[in-house]
Design a protein around this ligand. Structure first.
Ligand code: CTP
Ligand code: CA
Length: 222
């Protein structure tokens, strides 16, 4: 692993990472989002940077500090994240979708703050574009990595996502365990690759885990 950093194994490589939640507006002061802290994506960006890569980090509103030595692009909605990822996609060697993209957005986004009215309020939601799947469809040389947050049937759901989104790896974590995942500083994941490759990683800090994951992805680049 130390070889990844000492020899700057990712020098001359371009790495694009998404992190954090997306935000879907209802009106100027209200929105839908999720609990993602962005820590895993930020840790991955730091690991890629330390291995010598040119790193671009596209991020929603994250809770951690943004890393130095990395190009950062702040976005809010899934649509903005999609556009930013596509704008940088072509020249990348490794692309990691660590963001927790909201699956739905309000069908209507109001320009003005909505007033309170009598009776229940119904908000209709429509599906957002699947960014990872869109990147998978446009893949040329890129190694493409997705995440999978599951509370059950981790392996079968992760393998389905690997195929459906044409990813090279899916990093799966069990979000039913509150001590790991979303807001925690630690994580425990299993990586599923094509050709039934499976690698388990023990529970550890997101910083150390990101370094191990980056070493695995760097191997796939050669
Ligand atoms: N993803 C994406 N665009 C979306 C939704 C998800 O790019 N609109 C990406 C995530 O960044 C992640 C992967 O797809 O890398 C899997 O996300 P996940 O939420 O686990 O899967 P979904 O396909 O959204 O399915 P579900 O939420 O029903 O499990
Ligand atoms: Ca989802």
């Amino acid at each position: 692993l130390s070889g990844l950093f000492e020899t700057k194994k990712l020098a001359d490589r371009h790495v694009l990472i998404s992190a954090g939640p997306t935000v879907e507006r209802i009106d100027p002061v209200r929105y839908l989002t999720n609990d993602s802290s962005g820590k895993m994506g930020i840790a991955l960006a730091e690991a890629a940077r330390d291995a010598g890569a040119t790193v671009t980090l596209v991020h929603g509103p994250v809770r951690g500090t943004l890393p130095a030595g990395v190009t950062t692009v702040a976005v809010e909605s899934g649509e903005e994240m999609l556009e930013a990822m596509l704008a940088h996609y072509e020249k990348q060697d490794l692309v990691i979708m660590a963001a927790a993209v909201a699956d739905y957005r309000p069908t209507i986004q109001y320009d003005r703050k909505q007033k309170k009215m009598d009776g229940p309020l119904r908000i209709e939601l429509e599906e957002t574009t699947d960014i990872l799947r869109t990147l998978g469809e446009r893949k040329s040389k890129q190694i493409l990595v997705g995440f999978a947050a599951e509370t059950e049937n981790l392996e079968s759901h992760a393998k389905q996502k690997l195929i459906r989104k044409q990813a090279d790896f899916i990093v799966a974590n069990d979000v039913s365990r509150p001590e790991i995942g979303f807001s925690s500083d630690e994580n425990q994941v299993t990586v599923y690759g094509k050709e039934d490759q499976i690698v388990h990683y023990d529970q550890q800090s997101k910083t150390r885990l990101a370094q191990d994951l980056m070493a695995q992805f760097a191997e796939a680049l050669r």
